[in-house]
Ligand binder design. Structure first.
Ligand SMILES: [Mn+2]
Length: 321
């Protein structure tokens, strides 16, 4: 962490990056690293090769993507919460050998090479950024505290997921002490059901499938056009599916483009969906992971179901030991 601070101090203009399909943790870390660079009197711009989901619009995210990216304008490139180079999208070339690069992350399985890599398997990457900010000795204001609280809360599912540690609680407590607006974060991320979501939940209920502990839904473009909605309107729906009795593994399969599906997996403690996701070119955490698959809908679904069933059997065996 000291090396990271030194490196930032030596630079002048910094570009910071988060991952595609940004979540609260990624947005939180982007804000925190931007805050740190500004405190150190650096010019800093933040980029994500994607739109910010409506779910996070309650907080001011206008600091992201407000410049046109030109590699030549920067002498340091930092990624936060990015496990895989491809998740940088069109910005992935910034992480080549000729550039000064840093990555700060909490994913165990990673594929992004940089000059300095700091990985700690914390529940959220925001916890690492909190420690880095503490080390820098700058006072955390209520705004950066709110962002960081959002990161911890989002990646721990409001402290409900099994990845939650005493550290997550401790850091969240410290952030509240520093003025984090936890009620606003928790209301928008975990309580609010928009009218649109309410309507969609009625419709999607009819197409949810359940079999032997696996609960899933396939949302194709036809469904989305018919109901005038997009993936982000569903929130973290895979997680919702996992809440049902006797469900051990849940997943959603959203048709992002024609015959290209994005997958979200969630599972209970004895199972590991990161394994499933990694077989589909994706990754993530043991209990929450994502991937991609393309082709004919039925064939894709069968392939995913086969992998999930295998994992279910493996996990059941371990659980019965
Ligand atoms: Mn994260």
């Amino acid at each position: 962490m000291k090396t990271i601070l030194k490196k930032i101090k030596k630079s002048n203009r910094v570009a910071v990056f988060g991952h595609q399909s940004p979540d609260g943790d990624c947005i939180s870390c982007l804000y925190a690293i931007t805050f740190l660079c500004k405190q150190l009197n650096k010019t800093v711009d933040a980029f994500i090769d994607d739109d910010i989901p409506t779910r996070y619009k309650f907080i001011d995210t206008s600091f992201i993507n407000n410049k046109i990216f030109d590699k030549e304008n920067y002498d340091l490139f930092i990624s936060v919460d990015v496990a895989d180079k491809h998740l940088l999208g069109k910005y992935k070339d910034a992480f080549n050998k000729d550039n000064q690069t840093i990555s700060i992350d909490h994913h165990a399985i990673r594929d992004l090479v940089s000059d300095i890599t700091y990985v700690e398997k914390t529940a959220s990457c925001a916890e690492i950024l909190y420690k880095l900010l503490k080390l820098s000795k700058f006072k955390l204001d209520s705004r950066v505290s709110t962002f960081l609280y959002m990161g911890v809360a989002d990646d721990t599912g409001c402290f409900l997921y099994d990845n939650t540690t005493t550290d997550s609680h401790y850091i969240a407590g410290k952030l509240i002490e520093n003025g984090a607006d936890m009620s606003s974060v928790n209301y928008h991320l975990f309580k609010l059901v928009t009218n649109k979501t309410h309507e969609l939940m009625k419709k999607i209920d009819e197409i949810v499938e359940e079999k032997d502990g696996i609960r899933y839904v396939v949302v194709n473009q036809k469904f989305m056009q018919k109901n005038d909605c997009q993936k982000s309107d569903f929130g973290d729906y895979a997680n919702t599916l996992l809440n049902y009795e006797n469900t051990k593994i849940a997943f959603t399969m959203f048709e992002k483009q024609n015959k290209v599906y994005s997958l979200s997996f969630r599972c209970l403690k004895n199972y590991n969906v990161a394994e499933v996701a990694s077989k589909l070119g994706g990754g993530g955490h043991n209990q929450a992971a994502g991937g991609k698959i393309s082709g004919d809908e039925k064939e894709c679904l069968q392939k995913v179901l086969n992998l999930v069933s295998e994992e279910l059997k493996r996990g059941d065996k371990n659980a019965n030991r």
